[in-house]
Design a protein around this ligand. Structure first.
Ligand code: ZN
Length: 99
């Protein structure tokens, strides 16, 4: 068994679980109660796979979840040209970048 993903957000963990199970990978979720010292409890959920050999495929499938969405360019609303995020105006038509 291997842990392949962990997050305090149950929605994200369940989403990851669905991705793996759609590919036929057997998974289970562990809830680990954090040490709270009297504060509000939160459960850090862990997603595990039961078959170690699936770990590479699982990591590949989950890579899209753990890497931030690409945010390096914006699309011009006027000419639909893609511009680097550092540009304030479209290099092609000088339209202003969206905020
Ligand atoms: Zn443009």
């Amino acid at each position: 068994m291997r842990m392949v993903y962990t997050n305090e957000n149950a929605v994200l963990v369940n989403h990851a679980k669905n991705i793996l199970e759609n590919e036929g990978i057997s998974t289970f979720v562990k809830n680990e109660q954090a040490a709270t010292g009297g504060h509000v409890n939160f459960a850090l959920m862990e997603l595990w796979i039961t078959i170690d050999e699936d770990v590479q495929q699982a990591n590949d499938l989950l890579a899209s979840l753990t890497s931030a969405p690409t945010d390096k360019e914006w699309q011009c609303s006027n000419c639909e040209e893609k511009n680097d995020i550092s540009f304030d105006i479209c290099w092609k038509c000088s339209n202003e970048a969206p905020d």
